[in-house]
Write a protein that binds this ligand. Structure first.
Ligand code: GLA
Length: 696
């Protein structure tokens, strides 16, 4: 039975949500800054009602948080169901409506179809609202064709959509659209969050600037629709669990319809800080106990498949001299893996490369004061592998012998218990027999044909790893940023935002992911020049400065660098180490600049701050406009410095270089209003700036 009171108010630290029971639906009549305690909810509800017009049902429907066809609602419904081979028009009645403080629970039941939907809303750290939805079949089996995890009706003033579509090596391209009556549909069918964007979105009031950030927290496919309903209100309808072929429920069965996380904030920077706070406090495993994020050297763009024990030992020696703290051995270390055409699934060390296993290399790495990480791609199998020859049916495949490959590989069918057991044994053996501190867990293809339940298997494997190997750090990679979601971050320590280490491409990618995720989980590496993907040449100073803002690493061979470049890189690694406690705990803000070619951001942590401004183009004016800072105390005095090394060419245009060497004393007000005039003169110029509050 429903509660007698038709209104519920939830309060976070800075936000309020107000729900109104409206027949069998629930309207979200307020989602914004925290309301004064004495706001009368009935009066608020009365101020939000529309009257009936001529061309409407006599009881005009609303979209609400649970729209269903029937009653005259003609927009996209929350659920579409097939029972006994026919599409049924569900008739869910509101059966539970309760909540207070930071939590509300709603239930809808359809007696004749025997289905029940349960939804839990919770306000967590950073005022992130987490909505969890489940569906249960009581009487008969059903297939749910469309199952929203959340329908979020918002005020019509939220008129701008930002989403992050991309592709391999050009992930998360921030794209803005005006919301109109069209349904904007953003989906992936790759069996993973993928590159298509839509699972991270922002809805903004373009006049006022306030933002609602939303994440569809899924291990697999998602579907997100944004549209204006018949009353002109903005609606975001999200599904975090949409397996290929729909969700099949047996009689008595239930399905988790996934989790949506969203947050209201008065501007984009605060939205970012609230999301990052939430990820740090509620998503990342054991975040409070993390050691400083070690500088990596990853072998992929240094050596590719050209691996030898002596070559790797040399790489480790060279890495240690730069100040690197972890050597990550990427693809190519296992039996018969000489290229990307063979051996996935055979997770045994290749004796032709490592006659005595990995131990001599690991011992060598450790003797240099570093630890060791290893690349794996556990969900995959190469047709040319011992595993495939022994178990040709263990891969996802369609009817008959149709086994379409991507990157020459197939996907293991994780619905099979023997497959999950095999993977766990293989990984457990590797970690038991070798002193491995870190695993880079890759996934280099789409799921096709899909079994619809692969994600249950991956969840089980990731949980196994966390429980059995709590001290082993993990990175989630999927040809770069193909699997970035809080659903993965619950089990791992970082993601790989892109295979593209070209700093000019990497800057916008990093800024996009940073809209929601803290820098410590975003790997950011100094790659070779020319860049193997784009072919672009960039100088070491620029590559290094860009990589400081993230979890810094190197993905190039120091032996191929000049002495000057090695010195430059080592100096930036030292700066990263000096500043990582601020970078990885402070408040991140993007610094806007009138020149589209300039990317700037900063992190403020207590009395200290570090920022970076980078010029990627050749500006309209030779002298770039000042970079205006954010997040400072207006009345406080700061010592502002430009840490060395400086960009060589641009530093010739820095007047009064001596004064900059000592640092300038400036108030927060001056820095935020007027900003810093930096010589951002040529493409590939970046400056780091640091601030320390002066306490008199
Ligand atoms: C993917 C990853 C890369 C690298 C290669 C190895 O492309 O994204 O970082 O690990 O696989 O094959």
């Amino acid at each position: 039975m429903t509660d007698a009171i038709p209104l519920i108010r939830l309060d976070g630290d800075h936000v309020s949500l107000v729900f109104l029971r409206a027949c069998e639906n629930i309207d979200l009549i307020y989602c914004g800054p925290r309301l004064p305690g004495d706001q009368k909810l009935e009066e608020l509800a009365a101020s939000q009602q529309y009257g009936q017009h001529e061309n409407q049902p006599d009881h005009p429907p609303i979209t609400g948080i649970f729209p269903q066809t029937g009653g005259g609602y003609d927009g996209p419904p929350a659920l579409e169901i097939v029972q006994s081979d026919r599409v049924v028009d569900p008739d869910f009645r509101l059966d539970g409506f309760a909540g207070s403080d930071r939590q509300a629970r709603f239930t809808w039941a359809d007696e004749s179809a025997g289905l029940q939907v349960d939804q839990l809303w919770e306000i967590g750290t950073g005022d992130i609202v987490r909505v969890t939805t489940g569906l249960t079949a009581h009487k008969q089996s059903a297939t749910v064709v469309t199952a929203s995890s959340l329908v979020l009706p918002l005020a019509s003033r939220f008129d701008r959509l930002t989403w992050f579509p991309g592709r391999w090596a050009k992930e998360a391209q921030e794209t803005k659209l005006t919301i109109d009556s069209r349904i904007m549909d953003m989906s992936t069918h790759a069996g993973k969050p993928g590159f298509d964007g839509g699972n991270w979105i922002m809805l903004a009031d373009s006049g006022q600037g306030d933002q609602i950030g939303i994440h569809t927290s899924s291990l697999g496919n998602h579907n997100v629709q944004v549209f204006r309903d018949f009353d002109g209100r903005t609606v975001a309808k999200m599904a975090a669990h949409c397996p290929t072929g729909g969700i099949s429920l047996a009689d008595g069965g239930s399905s988790d319809l996934g989790v949506i996380e969203f947050c209201y904030a008065p501007n984009a920077d605060l939205m970012t800080q609230r999301f990052q706070d939430y990820v740090r406090n509620e998503i990342l495993p054991n975040r409070t106990n993390w050691a400083p994020r070690k500088v990596h050297l990853n072998s992929w763009e240094a050596l590719s498949f050209d691996l030898s024990e002596s070559g790797l030992m040399q790489l480790a020696d060279d890495a240690a001299k730069l100040g690197v703290e972890r050597l990550v051995l990427d693809d190519g270390w296992f039996k018969n893996r000489r290229n990307d055409r063979a051996a996935l699934g055979d997770w045994k060390v290749d004796e032709a490369i490592f006659p005595n296993g990995l131990t001599p290399l690991i011992d060598h790495v450790k003797s240099l004061g570093m630890d060791f990480g290893l690349w794996v791609e556990p969900e995959m199998i190469s047709p040319d592998s011992d595993l495939y020859r022994a178990h040709p049916d263990w891969c996802l495949h369609g009817q008959g012998d149709d086994r379409p490959t991507e990157r020459n590989q197939l996907v293991l069918d994780l619905t099979r218990p023997e497959v999950r057991k095999y993977i766990k044994h293989a990984l457990d053996a590797l970690l038991r027999d070798n002193d491995i501190a870190y695993l880079k867990w890759d996934h280099n293809r789409r799921l096709f044909p899909d079994n619809g339940c692969q994600q249950d298997g991956i969840r089980e494997l990731l949980k196994h790893m966390r429980e059995k190997w709590p001290d082993v750090e993990m990175e989630i990679c999927s040809s770069g940023g193909g699997r970035i979601s809080t659903a993965y971050l619950r089990h791992c320590h970082r993601v790989w935002p892109s295979d593209n280490n070209d700093p000019i491409e990497r800057l916008p990618i990093m800024q996009s992911w940073s809209r929601f995720l803290p820098l410590e989980v975003l790997g950011n590496h100094v790659g070779p020049s020319p860049n193997p993907i784009t072919g672009r040449q960039t100088n070491m100073d620029f590559r290094s400065k860009v990589a400081v803002f993230g979890h810094m690493g190197v993905e190039a061979n120091p032996a191929d660098m000049s002495d000057a470049d090695r010195d430059c890189l080592a100096a930036h690694i030292a700066l990263y180490k000096q500043w990582r406690s601020v970078l990885h705990s402070g408040d991140y803000a993007r610094l806007d600049h009138p020149d589209d070619g300039i990317f700037a951001h900063m992190v403020v942590g207590g009395d200290a701050a570090i920022g970076m401004a980078a010029q990627t183009g050749f500006g309209e004016n030779f002298n770039a406009a000042p970079v205006r800072l954010k997040g400072l105390v207006p009345d406080a005095q700061y010592l502002v410095q430009l840490p060395k090394p400086w960009p060589k060419k641009a530093s010739q245009y820095l007047p009064d270089a001596g004064r900059w060497g000592d640092g300038l004393r400036l108030t927060g007000q001056a820095l935020m209003q007027q900003g810093l005039t930096l010589p951002l003169t040529h493409p590939e110029t970046a400056w780091l700036f640091t601030l320390q509050r002066i306490v008199s």
